[in-house]
Design a protein around this ligand. Sequence first.
Ligand code: GDD
Length: 325
Amino acid sequence: MTGQDGSYLAELLVEKGYEVHGVVRRSSSFNRGRVEHLLEFGGHKVVDSGTLHLHYADLGDGSSLIRLLEKIEPDEIYNLAAQSHVAVSFEIPVYTADVVGLGTLKLLEAVRDLGLNSRIYQAGSSEMFGKVVEVPQSEKTPFYPRSPYAAAKAFAHWAAVNYREAYQLFVCNGILFNHESPRRGENFVTRKISLGVAAIKLGLQGKLQLGNLDAKRDWGYAKDYVEAMWMMLQQDQPDDYVIATGQTWSVREFCERAFRRVGLNWEDYVEVNPYYMRPTEVDILKGDPSKAQRKLGWQAKTSFDDLVNLMVDADLEYQKRTHRL
Ligand code: GDD
């Protein structure tokens, strides 16, 4: 709930009048920054007609899930929990597989065992396409995972399909391509660039070190994408959907535009550091969102240029605020 997507989804659902119950993990530093505005001291705040409540639970702890699901009996469940950093998954593969893969299975088992009728959204990932066998990638494109994270997501995807077919659970897999925003974690490449560009522009940083500049991604705006999650659960039948813009851009092109936004030339500031290269890379992702458009009436609303600009602008403000400039 406290990540980028969880916070945008909570806003959307609260605005729609939902009683939202978010799951948070314990951590040594308080990590509620992205949902603070929806909360008030004591745990929940009424915003329009909806409410947000937070609970401690963890996909690694099946009993915590069962207790919570039994108490809330949710109409809809959105499984966004993950160790979601691809490069980090090479360092902690077993933990990543435990949360992303087995965690999803524990959730499906809990719903099945409790006999709940909850509709479930499973956060899939375009990383499952990995070393892509075709361009663009659709719901029919075979997976070829290239990281422990992607392998675990593929397991979770097929577990969801299996529980739909074996036990008639209402589970939808959203195969979301990269989606970004000013709330993106600081070690994902787009946010790293927008933060770096802002810091360089303000004289707080000299250079920006990155890894593979040739990687191409289909980048959309996270706020548009959480709407697709909700739409999937409002359909008569559960199904799987690719959510993407249908366009692809390189990390280099993201840099060019981000530096241009503040009147700088990226080549004067970006350095390539092999430390940020991955053992196996996903070279190009480009989604075919035509099924989502046809069946859900969903399409990306924010262009690549607008996304870059809104992230750089937000980080200029953020850096000024943080450094009292
Ligand atoms: N993080 C990072 N940092 N990536 C870099 C850097 C760097 O300094 N330099 C180049 N890159 C390249 C990576 O090698 C990769 O090819 C690309 O930038 C994007 O990396 P990330 O932003 O870390 O995202 P990702 O594509 O690996 O994964 C994200 O998108 C998936 C959906 O396709 C994550 O959000 C996943 O959780 C999500 O499933």
